[in-house]
Design a protein around this ligand. Structure first.
Ligand code: SF4
Length: 447
């Protein structure tokens, strides 16, 4: 069970040296108890205390890694129920199902779809992260052979090997033994055999149960067999069950520090209807699934799910921002227009996208306003005439163009007079209020 703040305090050095960033050892202990600080922050804690506090300060959802290399994904490590309390740590993994009954062409199409799924959204690379090989053929040899084919086509993509047949698990597990897959399908009937295969091949074990009591009993038995890295399938398949099971699991892990349910959750959306598949997956993303297995992927579906995941796993307390500098869009020359905006990621990506749409090579000066949008920055005194004028000089924007015209966002038209006073010899032009007006605005200027 979790230690209280006072119990933790008794194990700390009690020197109030402040090296941990807190004014007293007691304040630090309270934060540790709330899992809002890490024990590593105290450099003077004794080895004995570390050992005692280790388990108590470990994240209530065990961290587990799927795959190796650049495409490896971390799961678990979560410490809160709600993202407004603290950032959710490791975004849920999307995996595309590949059934071993499919023909070679369809298997290849599915692998290719995953390999080509990556997109760039507000500066982050987002993709379908993994493949879930599903043993449907009842033939262990076929399952092993499909695993071999997939490993050859996409050696770097993490996999989940879904089978409850130990022979099939062994055949496919061997192929991925150095690649940290999940073997998912251990249950109360096959646990010993599956645990042996997982240990031999150093894989994570996915345990599959019928309900939460069964699941907790199964993870405890698995742990007793020497397996630490697990993912859990509670058997939930409908949206209602997924919502209920996942919420109860997360609450038990976070609020009660209930270790038997403190592992990442795998959810099988797996519906033939692509829209239902996406909707069920959305429930998993929103409610604590660490892996969501999809029956199909398509561009529209990826965009919706990536956006949902990105929103949920973005820290709401830290604005997303891009680097302050003058960005070149296209191949601008000294005569090209010079626009300015703030460094809120969404603002930057929308404005730069619309400038690209206009096909007019442009300099886009992006000013650090602590990651807030134009109007908010102006209202907070971060995007003022004197600060903009200073930035135009400091950033070197004035030496990139031979003209002396700065185009400002329409929302801060009010700044134009003051800005012309601060930027001696410059003309300030008021651009459109909304970014989607930029292409027409640029074309009108060109003509
Ligand atoms: Fe106490 Fe350690 Fe923090 Fe110093 S660094 S105040 S000893 S908890």
């Amino acid at each position: 069970m979790a230690l209280t703040g006072v119990e933790i305090f008794k194990l700390l050095p009690k020197t109030n040296c402040k090296k941990c960033g807190f004014p007293t050892c007691l304040a630090f202990a309270m934060k540790l108890a709330q899992r809002q600080a890490s024990l590593d922050a105290c450099p003077d804690v004794s080895e004995e205390a570390k050992q005692k506090l280790g388990e108590a300060s470990a994240p209530p959802v065990r961290p587990v890694t799927l795959g190796i290399g650049e495409k490896a994904v971390k799961m678990g490590e979560e410490t809160v129920l709600f993202r407004h309390d603290k950032k959710f740590v490791n975004p849920c993994v999307f995996a595309l199902a590949i059934r071993d009954t499919l023909g070679d062409d369809e298997i290849k199409n599915r692998v290719d779809a995953v390999l080509q799924s990556e997109i760039d959204r507000v500066g982050q690379k987002l993709r379908v992260d993994a493949l879930a090989l599903i043993h449907e053929s009842n033939d262990p040899v076929r399952f092993g052979s499909v695993a071999g084919k997939v490993a050859g086509m996409a050696p770097e993509v993490p996999v989940i090997l879904c089978t409850s047949d130990p022979q099939a698990a062994e055949a496919a597990g061997k192929i991925y033994s150095d690649k940290k897959p999940v073997i998912c399908g251990a249950n109360s009937g096959n646990l010993e055999a599956m645990a042996t295969i997982a240990k031999t091949n150093k894989t994570t074990l996915g345990v599959t149960a019928k309900g939460l009591e069964d699941l907790a009993a199964l993870t405890e038995r698995t742990k007793a067999l020497g397996i630490e890295d697990m993912v859990m399938d509670s058997g939930a398949r409908t949206a209602k069950e997924i919502l209920e099971h996942n919420t109860l699991i997360r609450r038990a892990a976070i609020k009660k520090n209930y270790k038997p349910l403190g592992y990442p959750i795998i959810t099988f959306a797996c519906r033939d209807d692509s829209l239902i598949d996406a909707l069920i997956a959305g429930v998993g993303v929103a409610k604590y699934s660490s892996i969501v297995v999809l029956n199909s992927i398509e561009h529209w579906k990826n965009l919706a799910l990536f956006t949902l995941r990105q929103n949920i796993y973005t820290d709401p307390q830290v604005p997303m921002q891009v680097e302050q500098k003058v960005y070149k869009i296209g191949e601008p020359t000294a005569e090209s227009p010079l626009l300015i905006t703030t460094n809120f990621s969404l603002t930057y990506f929308i404005v730069s996208g619309e400038v690209e749409n206009s096909r007019v090579p442009t300099y886009l000066a992006v000013m650090d306003c602590e990651g807030v949008s134009v109007l908010t920055a102006w209202a907070a005194g971060k995007f003022t005439a004197s600060k903009i004028a200073q930035f135009i000089k400091d950033s070197g924007a004035d030496s990139m163009v031979s003209h002396r015209e700065l185009i400002i966002p329409g929302y801060v038209a009010i700044l134009s007079g003051a800005l012309e006073d601060k930027l001696d010899g410059w003309k300030v032009t008021v651009g459109p209020r909304e970014a989607n007006g930029i292409p027409a605005f640029m074309k009108t200027r060109m003509s």
